[in-house]
Design a protein around this ligand. Structure first.
Ligand code: HEM
Ligand SMILES: [Ca+2]
Length: 339
């Protein structure tokens, strides 16, 4: 019997560095107490309606929040509209992307995620014009959808300013990729001040949502030139995924839910978090944890309560990355356009 691994709980993750996110970044729960006291509720009305009419908005918004915070901090830089018209032609001709959304990493972020944030922001603007930032609306909406989808509820600290720029050049290397090794993921997270514990907990975001077949089809049929599936993947999972994702001739638009049912698997957070999403990158033998990435993952999300606690703490840390204050930022009126 192997000795139990240290658990990457919220406390140990925070304790590994001197980070004290909330105070350091000056975010607070009552930031809009005087200027827009009902902001949580106003956003909540919109997210509840969107979840009812268009549930896929939930994962879309959660992912937006992640893609925002990892590139230049949580400043709504991801929300600036992609290049269109003459400028798009010029940029394409020069082989150059302009804003973050022009980059390949962000191209398949679903439009309904952006629309949802825009709707929530419009509702807030009607009640408290020019006060609440898009960055804060995004943080609140992401929180709402986590809860609506059956996850934990938590309070969101506010006070983030919106960015004055959105630059395509800042994207490369800032976001984790589907084929990153664990070591690469750890580096990307560390560069944002996030620990291995945060990486595991936040991967729980993949409890909801969808992935395009292209991200993993090689692992289903020809893992690293072996003409066999990835040996680290559960055979039932491979079978289930192959039904949606043929090796050739499939639709580039086909997606599968992260939380694929393998029938005999239970629906504990352990299975959900550590299965498709985790198996994907936690397989490399070169990593320090690889003697049992699954085991490491499983041990940290053993119980729902523990996983929820770690997830909430890590969301708070992710939501505090490089927050802009004062004149360093703006309060946009429409999230897709700078002032
Ligand atoms: C740990 C490193 C991560 C990697 C390698 C990763 C990778 C991916 C990939 C490849 C997809 C599928 C995209 C598509 O095919 O359209 C995806 C979707 C998603 N990711 Fe991540 N991601 C990571 C971290 C996160 C974090 C930190 C969160 C938020 C807490 C998150 C939330 C989501 C959500 C909710 C979706 C589904 C989006 C939808 O259905 O519209 N991811 N991710
Ligand atoms: Ca950003």
């Amino acid at each position: 019997r192997e000795a139990p691994l240290p658990l990457p709980t919220a406390r140990s993750a925070a304790g590994t560095t001197s980070r004290r996110a909330p105070e350091r970044h000056g975010l607070s729960l009552d930031f809009y107490a005087k200027t827009c006291p009902a902001v949580d509720q106003i956003v909540g009305n919109v997210t509840a309606e969107r979840f009812r009419d268009h549930p896929a908005s939930g994962p879309a918004v959660l992912r937006l929040f992640h893609h925002d915070c990892f590139v230049e901090g949580c400043d709504a830089s991801i929300l600036i509209a992609p290049t269109t018209g003459a400028k798009a032609g010029e940029a394409a001709a020069a082989g150059r992307a302009v804003v973050e959304r022009d980059m390949e990493e962000n191209r398949n972020l679903p439009q309904y995620g952006f629309d949802t944030v825009e709707m929530a922001k419009a509702a807030v603007e009607r009640k408290c014009p020019g006060v609440v930032t898009c960055a804060d609306v995004l943080a609140l909406a992401a929180r709402d959808f986590v809860h609506l989808a059956g996850g934990p509820h938590y309070e969101v600290k506010k006070g983030r300013k919106d960015s004055k720029v959105s630059l395509a050049g800042k994207v490369r290397g800032s976001l984790p990729r589907a084929n990153s090794t664990v070591d690469e993921l750890l580096r990307v997270f560390a560069a944002k001040g996030l620990s291995a514990g945060d990486l595991v907990a936040l991967s729980g975001g993949h409890t909801i949502g969808f992935a395009h077949c292209a991200h993993f089809v090689g692992r289903l049929y020809d893992f690293r030139g072996t003409r066999k599936p990835d040996p680290f993947m559960d055979a039932r999972l491979v079978k289930a995924l192959r039904m949606t994702c043929p090796y050739t001739g499939g639709s580039a638009r086909a997606v599968v839910p992260f939380d694929v049912s393998t029938r005999s698997s239970s629906t504990t957070p352990t299975t959900k978090t550590c299965s498709p999403g985790w198996a994907s990158s936690a397989r490399t033998r070169r990593s320090s944890w690889t003697r049992g990435p699954g085991r490491w993952c499983r041990s940290s999300v053993q119980t729902k309560a523990r996983f929820f606690k770690a997830f909430v703490a890590s969301m708070d840390r992710m939501g505090s990355i490089r927050v802009k204050k004062g004149k360093k930022g703006e309060v946009r009126k429409i999230c897709s356009q700078h002032l």
